[in-house]
Design a protein around this ligand. Structure first.
Ligand code: NAI
Length: 475
């Protein structure tokens, strides 16, 4: 088996945590039971690009339990939990000397070159051109296949320019090496039945590609299952934003001024959590609806410029770029904490910060840097501007990820087994499946549902067994 992880001797620790996580992931475990006999993913070759954590290990082993062959990478250079990666490679029945699990190419603290090398490795399927399914988070695997196929069609790979981010130069170098007359990327793209995408940012990319007529295979937008974005993005971040801040800095949050940029699902969870710790939370927004929601939830809403000099903690949650600029950071209080929990690192202008004349970077510990300005004041930047909950802590806890990942498995089954029903396009799962995911998590929390009577169902125009809401209902 080919793989590359940090240290296989961590597998035993990983396996113990996987065992605990399985109990906290009732949705995934129920799906394993439901499909144990029918093996709907037999024949599926799934390439996964999603944070290689303990929770993801339970997802991977669920896909395998349903018959799939799997190869995996992390979708962020800092988010891998090395013990989880080791346990997945070793597998439940293997040993570090004789690994029997799933090929994983991921370790905490990859360089950008290593990150894209890993993605390329996981897409290279032994005995086949490539995978026939992608499970993506943020869209990097999908991007690589699409760009490779696009440049093969054009017959050349365009040069990256000085204006392009560093990462784009790495991708272009990889494609220059791999775009050849043999049309490897086009063949991989042709073999893919579909992709299931985990997060807001990846979903934006998919809709954009579809709008421009560039999408090469169908996609299921898992993010916009209600049981994903209204749970993982909100309640997951409500948990893990504090975890990231604590593990990175252990600064007391109570009494501090915290700025949350963006009040979408992630922003709502972060603002709630910071308020729960006793911070005075200020929100920035561009959307009048979200700004009004924040105001009615009791948060001051203003611009970053208004409060940049008084806040102690900054968290960007927008999925947009250039939210906190270098000139903002120069104006911050001494030892203000600057962090991002959105998918990509460009929410904070790290390149601009590094170019500030006279600035000095002092690494306090991995993923915590103090940047000292020439006047002597400094700021603390978490995870080099990458998502801090996975860079500085362990991401979302198992129970909430069970909701997200149950949607992922159902979406994989849908696309793999009903390929003809999904012409190229971007789809969400039907509501009855969303409700099923929620239902699978009720018992564990001791939730007792009220049973709709036939008459009540007729009165509100639904079926007794659901779905209970129209598609335009917003929760
Ligand atoms: P969303 O679209 O619900 O929320 C983003 C909000 O930011 C929107 O309300 C938008 O109006 C606002 N916004 C955009 N530009 C802004 C600006 N210049 N200033 C202030 N506000 C601005 O998206 P969601 O689901 O909250 O996701 C946000 C990001 O977090 C995405 O990149 C997503 O992929 C990522 N994500 C990260 C997770 C993690 O564990 N770190 C978990 C889930 C999502």
């Amino acid at each position: 088996m080919d793989f590359k992880v940090a240290d296989l001797s961590l597998a035993e620790f990983g396996r113990k945590e996987i065992r605990l996580a399985e109990h906290e992931m009732p949705g995934l475990m129920a799906i394993r039971k439901e499909y144990a006999a029918s093996q709907p993913l037999r024949g599926a070759k799934i390439m996964g690009s999603l944070h290689m954590t303990i929770q993801t290990a339970v997802l991977i082993e669920t896909l395998v339990a349903l018959g799939a062959e799997v190869r995996w990478v992390s979708c962020n250079i800092f988010s891998t939990q090395d013990h989880a990666a080791a346990a997945v490679v070793v597998g439940p029945d293997g040993t570090p000397e004789d690994p029997k699990g799933v090929p994983v190419f991921a370790w905490k603290g990859e360089t950008l070159e290593e990150y894209w090398w890993c993605t390329e490795q996981a897409l290279a399927w032994p005995g086949a051109d490539g995978p026939n399914m992608i499970l993506d988070d943020g869209g990097d695997a999908t991007l690589l296949v699409h760009k490779g196929a696009e440049y093969e069609k054009a017959g050349f790979v365009p040069e990256a320019t000085g204006d392009d981010p560093e990462e784009w130069h790495v991708i272009i170098d990889l494609l220059k090496r791999t775009v050849t007359d043999e049309k490897r990327w086009s063949r991989i793209a042709e073999g893919i039945k579909g992709v299931t995408e985990e997060t807001t940012t990846g979903v934006h990319r998919l809709y954009e590609m579809h709008k421009n007529g560039q999408l090469l295979f169908p996609a299921i937008n898992v993010n916009d299952s209600v049981t994903k974005s209204k749970f993982d993005n909100k309640y997951g971040c409500r948990h893990s934003v504090i975890d990231g801040l604590n593990r990175a800095t252990d600064v007391l949050i109570g009494g501090k001024v915290a700025v949350v940029c963006g009040y979408g699902d992630v922003g709502k969870g972060c603002a709630d959590a910071l308020r729960g710790q006793g911070a005075r939370v200020i929100v920035t927004e561009i959307d009048p609806i979200c700004a009004l929601q924040a105001a009615m939830d009791g948060f001051q809403v203003t611009t970053l410029e208004d409060v940049v000099g008084i806040a102690d903690i900054f968290v960007t949650t927008t999925g947009n770029f250039n939210i906190i600029r270098a000139d903002h950071m120069a104006q911050m209080k001494h030892q203000a904490i600057v962090s991002n929990i959105g998918h990509f690192d460009n929410e904070i202008d790290m390149a601009g910060l590094a170019k500030t004349p006279g600035i000095e970077r002092r690494t306090i510990k991995p993923q915590v840097d103090e940047w000292v300005f020439p006047d002597g004041h400094s700021i603390l930047v978490l995870a080099e501007g990458r998502l801090m909950n996975l860079g500085c802590a362990t991401g979302h806890p198992s129970f909430v990820m069970s909701n997200s990942f149950t949607n992922q498995v159902i979406a994989q089954i849908e696309l793999f087994t009903k390929t003809a029903d999904y012409p190229i396009g971007v789809y969400t799962l039907p509501k009855h499946l969303d409700e099923k995911v929620a239902r699978l998590h009720l018992d564990a929390l001791g939730v007792k549902l009220t049973q709709l009577t036939k008459e009540q169902a007729a009165y509100i125009g639904v079926h007794v067994e659901g779905p209970y809401k129209s598609d335009h209902y917003r929760y």
